[in-house]
Design a protein around this ligand. Structure first.
Ligand code: MN
Length: 495
């Protein structure tokens, strides 16, 4: 069997989160539950109505283009893409064909550069629903319903060059693009909600063959992992078809999540079938350099830049950086906590402070202790009762040894529940670590008295027995003894 090369290009549609639709002032909320409420004569395509361009949608798509290193077309226009489908009330979609707003950008994913051919702006269609036959209160025959809440929602379409070569590239590209869209606040890009829709165009060819193989397009993919799985499935299916002497057809296939496979849907039409022509009801769009530069200047720090900065500025390991970049709000919160720790009235600040170590401690507690609480409560860090200042105070008490590590978890849980100051909680719950030698001595004496066998083991040269004795001290003190000091004291007494 010859070796095969896989070629993948992506077409990604993203709903932009403007307040109103692309060409009218109906509310842009495709998730609205009551059908056909966010509609008006314009997005319903009534004769005689005129569309008006939503400036905010153009600003958002330009921001996306600039973030992806595209060149921006200063002179562009909308066109009509003509086709009939019941979810398209006008009988055509207003889109861009000859001149997209953004061209030739790129996205770096783990050492690979994926070139972006174009990003254009268009309007979304409505949604068809096919309820089960005979459902209560509905006619007893096959029928379909249509909801136009989504019709006319601003939709960005991004097309890559065929630079991806495996399922993992699909996963990485979609994940990074989604993150950038969220940083830009252009879209939540939630695939389960249909806010981002990935189409995988894939072909295989035997190594050495120049021409691309027959291209298949996979649609109806509802998650990033399904996008990657559909790519894997197609590679396998296409190679098997070729190897068994079959013929591949250029077609559109859908992803069947239940059976974890792609299924044929239709034979693809070419762009000539759409009879594109410039939209006569809309003026051409002219952007000035000043307008473009103003959007560039307003771009936030993007994920790639944040990765570099978090590693350099805080010396965090890559795994921590990635979590704080992907969970942006946790990263923002992290920076506020560290900045509190650097403030002058903080007991750990000053020249002698080891900020690298402090930052690592903050990251550890945020990632391992706060993050699970946030996920369980579906909350963002700033929505909780723990302010960054209180969290910094907490870290100070942990680092200075005022609370031991198990008491620290109790303390954090109480802060989470009540929003009280760490100092008050430590007093109320008696969480302070016992480090004074008089109190500690009592626990150590008791531990030795109650553990004759372990003491004998230790004296006989079994070093691990000492850990068991420290454990005994911790148990007797209900976790409050300072374990390092307890160990030193035990070692001294058992010499
Ligand atoms: Mn499109």
């Amino acid at each position: 069997m010859p070796e095969y090369l896989t070629t993948i290009g992506l077409e990604i549609h993203v709903e932009l989160n403007t307040k109103t639709k692309m060409f009218c002032d109906s509310r842009n909320d495709a998730l609205e539950k009551t059908p056909n409420t966010n509609v008006c004569p314009i997005c319903m395509g009534h004769p005689g109505t005129l569309p008006v361009i939503n400036r905010a949608a153009i600003e958002k798509i330009i921001a996306v283009g600039l973030a992806l290193g595209c060149s921006i077309e200063k002179h562009s226009f909308f066109e009509r893409k003509n086709y009939f489908y019941p979810d398209l009330p006008k009988g055509y979609q207003i889109s861009q064909f000859q001149v997209p707003f953004c061209r030739e950008g790129k996205l770096h994913i783990h050492g690979k550069t994926i070139r972006i051919e174009r990003i254009h702006l268009e309007e979304d269609a409505g949604k068809l629903m096919h309820p089960p036959t005979g459902e209560a209160g509905m006619p007893g025959e096959d029928y379909s319903l249509v909801d136009y809440n989504r019709a006319g929602v601003p939709l960005m379409e991004l097309v890559t060059h065929p630079d991806l070569s495996e399922a993992e590239d699909v996963r990485r590209f979609a994940t990074e693009l989604q993150l950038i869209l969220r940083y830009l606040e252009a879209s939540d890009a939630d695939m389960e909600k249909g806010q981002m829709r990935v189409e995988v165009n894939l072909s295989v060819r035997p190594k050495g063959q120049k021409e691309y193989g027959t291209k298949v397009e996979v649609k109806n993919i509802n998650s990033i992992s399904a996008a990657a799985k559909s790519a894997d499935y197609e590679v396998k299916r296409q190679i098997e078809t070729i190897e068994s002497g079959g013929t591949l057809v250029q077609e559109t296939r859908g992803w069947d999540d239940v059976h974890q496979k792609t299924v044929s849907q239709r034979i693809k039409e070419g762009s000539a079938d759409y009879r594109y022509f410039p939209e006569p009801d809309l003026p051409p769009i002219v952007l000035t350099d000043e307008e473009i530069e103003a959007i560039r200047a307003s771009l936030p720090e993007l994920p790639a830049a944040r990765r570099v900065r978090f590693a350099e500025e805080y010396g965090l390991p890559q795994a921590d950086v990635e979590i704080l970049v992907v969970f942006k709000e946790l990263g923002d919160y992290f920076e506020e906590v560290v900045s509190e720790l650097k403030s002058e009235d903080n007991p750990l600040s000053g020249e002698a402070a080891d900020y690298g170590k402090l930052a690592k401690t903050v990251a550890n507690w945020l990632i391992t202790q706060l993050q699970p609480k946030l996920f369980a409560a579906s909350a963002l860090p700033h929505d909780t009762k723990i302010t960054p200042a209180a969290f910094a105070d907490f870290v100070v008490r942990v680092v200075s040894g005022q609370v031991g590590s198990s008491a620290a978890q109790t303390l954090l849980q109480a802060m989470w529940e009540t929003g009280e100051d760490p100092e008050d909680i430590i007093r109320e719950k008696d969480l302070a670590q016992v480090s004074d030698s008089v109190s500690l001595n009592l626990y150590v004496e008791d531990a030795i008295a109650q553990s004759a066998k372990i003491v004998a083991d230790f004296k006989a040269g079994k070093a691990p027995a000492l850990k068991a004795l420290v454990g005994k001290v911790m148990a007797l003190s209900k976790g409050k003894a300072n374990p390092q000091l307890a160990e030193e004291m035990l070692r001294e007494k058992l010499k």
